[in-house]
Design a protein around this ligand. Sequence first.
Ligand code: B3K
Ligand code: ZN
Length: 872
Amino acid sequence: PQPIFRKDYRRPDYTIERVDLRFELGENFTTVHASLAVRRMHDTPAGAPLVLDGENLVLKRVAIDGRELPADHYIVGPTSLTIADPGAAFTLTTVVEIRPQDNLELSGLYRSSGNFCTQCEAEGFRRITYFLDRPDVMARYSVVVEADRARYPVLLANGNRVETGELDGGRHFARWDDPFPKPCYLFALVAGDLRCHDGEFVTRSDRTVRLEIWVEPDNIDRCAHALRSLQAAMRWDEDTFGREYDLDIYMIVAVSDFNMGAMENKGLNIFNAKYVLARPDTATDDDYDGIESVIAHEYFHNWTGNRVTCRDWFQLTLKEGLTVFRDRLFSADMGSPAVARIGDVLGLRTNQFAEDSGPMAHPIRPESYIEMNNFYTTTVYEKGAEVIGMMRTLLGAAGFRRGMDLYFERHDGQAVTCDDFRAALADANGVDLEQFGRWYSQVGTPVVRARGDYDAAARAYTLTLEQAPPRGRDGAELLHIPVAVGLLGPDGPLALKLSEETAASGDTRVLELRERSQSFRFADVPAAPVASLLRGFSAPVELAVERSDADLARLMAADPDEFSRWDAGQELARRVLLRLAGDVEAGRELALDREFVAACARILGDERLDGSLKALALTLPNERLLGQQQQVVAVDALHAARQFAVQALARALREPLLAVYRATAPTGPYRIERAEVDRRKLRNLALGYLVALGEPDQVRLAVEQFELSDNMTDSEAALAFLIDHGGPERDSALARFHARWHKDPLVLDKWFALQAVSTHPDTLDRVLALADHPDFNLLNPNRARSLLGAFGLRNQHQFHREDGRGHALVADKVLALDPHNPQVAARLVAAFNPWRRFDAARQQSMRAQLERIAAQPGLSKSVREIVDRALA
Ligand code: B3K
Ligand code: ZN
């Protein structure tokens, strides 16, 4: 397959203004009637052919303005329908047959739990009917859905339901009209036996919007949190960005087979059930948060994505980076901003930094792709959100809002580019974002070096910041980087005064680094300060600065920026763990740094910190993050070092940890509220350390918690620790959990995932056995991810076993899945991307698996693209 390049963008020759669809849904096949009002673009030469996209369609009829098209007027190719010289404006009618029941790719129209549903982004609509399947073709849709009434009592599509009725043979229909022009990737249809949890929202201009959450009948008692989240998101977007919802109805449907998290189809979101369903006994605190943020994300797309959409798929971050940024602002407002930010940054560093330094590295606005679905990446989403966040930091909250307002004013109803967005921000504020624009085209994580000089006589502190290109990418152009800085004096944070300023104010300054190297001079600094750099993680860069462990300990204790306190602690922990890994490799005796233990003890006892922040601060950096800091990832030594540190910390802090565990016992039934979440986070952190001691008394605490808790947060945590511990307690807990939950897919996914991420040395054998478990189903994306995704992408130590058995297992499953669901297989095969980062034996093992996959005849273009890039 040939790549498609951003530079080759051309507007379409024809556009489609109106779409009338009729779906006759059936058990053996589905017939799709389409009437498209097509118009030739004014500068398209007369006679230019109309080339429509289509995939896996059986064409039954094609007519123009009601007249059958003679066979020599069109050509049906494997992925297209070409019509010679169709005219300047006409109605094209096609009738095609499709087989949703055989659609295991879960792209286009498919079946899940017996119901019909769709997924069209990025290029699934062409698997439903012949169309100009590209986001810059925006049309008004009218859709009739016909189906058997008994099996499919509920018939949904985008927009407003304008007509329903009975048909012969026990069938019925519904007609839906969507008044807003949209690209076809936002088309959606659902038919099935579903129940509705409903509510409403009154907009600020006093319109009542009906809210409907549709689920399979058994799940009707798990929708309340999703509805509340939706209402909160609607209110927040009005308050924060002045954006009001535009239709009279907003629907969300939860399905069990879904390739990703959710989809923002106009007025009819379709969701992975994982991001809708929650009940205290089935969903954890983190699940509740995940639901809140994904519901909000899809809702926010109504303005950033749907009303204003992307001109072409290279612009994906226009809607995704921006919408992730918006859902993060929302989550920060709903809960703890510091906790939210720490979570974002952990994810960015663990996943995005790794992607950006490996074979799949690409700019947030890619230059080329073979399979677009491979570019729904952490770079486009999360780094894209960081880029938006930097512009907000540079413009300030009010300036950013002005820019957003102008963006909507200029582009409502259009399909636009990232440059259009940046221009709106710049124009609304009269600033120049030209240099900043390079963030859209550069690859890799830039490095910012910092050096401080204190001049006691002048009472001045000079901070020199320097930017260096990402590792291995010399020649990269200079970026515009906001670096938020504070200074810590002996008695705490200093009020800052840059030498050009007249008076000191505030304790944070955003310095704008635009040159290779720039110096910033702070005046009236009474004593040598410790600099707190990149507060709030003000730019997605790697910070290189020489700091003593003592400086870090001081930042950890006294930085007023909660994110930076956490970050300083993590850096200290990283150093301690990397030194320990060195000791492991050199065969030296291991001992945990006393200063580090003391710092951890202080955090545990710090009254100013809430439980969630304590838990985050006391969680040691994961093995993947640690590996990124090494030339060659020392898989076993890192694992041994981290395991040792956990146990040593638990030994040193046994009594305070026990005290914390006792003091945080629940005092009533589960409640999903901030203080309670904090309490559970801290309690489970303490339990994890205690169980790691391996002592019967502590293991018993976990067994009791597992057996007595009334909620999934506490039982899942206890189960995870028991799995790592092993032994009979593990087996009996797993058996009980399975017996209780095996009919509940989302909970059973946890049962698989916990075993796949375990640190226990027998994990690989257990994962192998689980892959043959009767409840395992490779074709269900959630289940495949829960076992294989968790193992291959999150369990560094077991996946990268030296004997290569972990690699072989994942490669086998990639090959087994690829013929059915290439999108999910492509996500899984990415586990091999970092292969060059490992030692010779592991490199050879991974490379051999990549080559085996590459040699597979008929490999999908999705997996082929990833594997070819990895081997290149
Ligand atoms: N826009 C969808 C993702 C579509 C992925 C296509 N492979 C969900 C989201 O980001 O909101
Ligand atoms: Zn999105």
